[in-house]
Design a protein around this ligand. Sequence first.
Ligand SMILES: Cc1cc2nc3c(=O)[nH]c(=O)nc-3n(C[C@H](O)[C@H](O)[C@H](O)COP(=O)(O)OP(=O)(O)OC[C@H]3O[C@@H](n4cnc5c(N)ncnc54)[C@H](O)[C@@H]3O)c2cc1C
Length: 466
Amino acid sequence: MTRDATGQGARQAHAVVVGGGLAGTTAALQLADAGVRVTLLEGRPRLGGLAFSFRRGELTVDNGQHVYLRCCTAYRWFLDRIDGARLAPVQDRLDVPVLDVGHRRGPRLGRIRRDDLPVPFHLARSLATYPHLSAVERVSVGRAALALSRLDPADPALDGIDFATWLGRHGQSPRAVEALWDLVGVATLNATAPNASMALAAMVFKTGLLSEPGAADIGWARVPLGELHDTLAGKALAAAGVRTELRTKAERISRTGDGRWAVEVPGETIEADTVVLAVPQHETRALLPDGALDDPDRLLDIGTAPILNLHVVYDRKVLRQPFFTALGSPVQWVFDRTDASGLKGGGQYLAVSQSAAQDDIDEPVAVLRARYLPELERLLPAARGAGVRDFFVTRERTATFDPAPGTGRLRPGARTRAPGLHLAGAWTATGWPATMEGAVRSGFSAAGAALSALGRRHDHPLQEAV
Ligand SMILES: Cc1cc2nc3c(=O)[nH]c(=O)nc-3n(C[C@H](O)[C@H](O)[C@H](O)COP(=O)(O)OP(=O)(O)OC[C@H]3O[C@@H](n4cnc5c(N)ncnc54)[C@H](O)[C@@H]3O)c2cc1C
């Protein structure tokens, strides 16, 4: 017996969470922590959704390099909650090596760093010495950043325009867009400036670069993602008393005669007082009962965007930095995954992360190999004489929702018109682009809505974190 918000005895409520990605796992943990009996259903044989690992010979490979920022308070809560924060630490201070191989006078290395000064002075020195922009462009970038810091990302008008148009209106040259705005924007939004909603761009740049001095310090997993999002998350769920059913796909969700919910999985119908549907938008549309949203087909208008990762195992060390990003090359971001992957024998394993990869996503491996290995040699002199032990690709065609202008009005919140049915997922109305942060935030919102519908108190975990 648990207590409801009025302090009276209540039957232990039962929640079914559908989808074991970060959104569903978060919702399940939050509901269980609030004393609700929880069943978590995941169609695949593992938790973690779009951020997972798999084995390839001796390597443990992530489906795609994932990073987060210090300002991602919800994802950091998640890491703490699964006891994984030490395995995915944040760098002490933002430091991004930016290697330009397109310059007529030869390759040039710049860095985006921050100082321990108040915003916006924390980036002033880095901008003033950034070699990939002219002095005029640097001043103009500073002015645009100040204008951006005054925007309200929740303003619906911003969702109607694209990032490139806004940058153009604020005097940003094509070079400034390439060497700074898109450098950060493509990786965080999964779209180039002309294809990205200004509201989402404002959210990323305002929160990441212009909220607190350390906001953009970068964190990433030093272990395979699966160790966090599957193994440790699974342990935390078990310890919280959640019944987790893998390889169990929800096939139908309907209302029962007594106002509860019935979730049909192969061979079983599970009854629940509340359901959190934490699956991608198209799967949500397929499972939504009639009347749950005013215009459910609008979910199908939320597009998707691909991310491609190229994985290269060299027979020697070719990169000394943990990661870098490139200009003047199709290569975007390169990460050293040697230690995390378990590679033995003195070689080095690099993951090349290509966002907004519409042009490359369907290319055969041989074409990608012929295109990218010479590029890596151009960027990394030590790769020129190195042997390539392995080259393979991971393709995520629906890696994120498409952050196109106008997407904001299509994203539903956690509440539906069906009492007790709630939505979660990075694609729901979090205000964030499709990120781990957005996924966890959506899990908070859905669990909070479910708990208030059950008459339970819900303390938002970020109240202490922010
Ligand atoms: C290659 C790649 C790189 C990325 N890089 C970054 C990054 O650097 N930083 C960052 O913050 N984010 C990044 N992202 C985005 C991030 O991974 C996602 O936004 C986040 O993981 C989405 O979590 P989610 O829980 O909302 O959805 P999902 O991960 O899609 O989870 C939904 C789950 O529901 C399950 N499911 C679907 N239908 C059913 C059903 N009927 N019954 C039961 N289960 C079902 C699915 O199997 C899945 O596990 C990247 C994504 C990819 C693919």
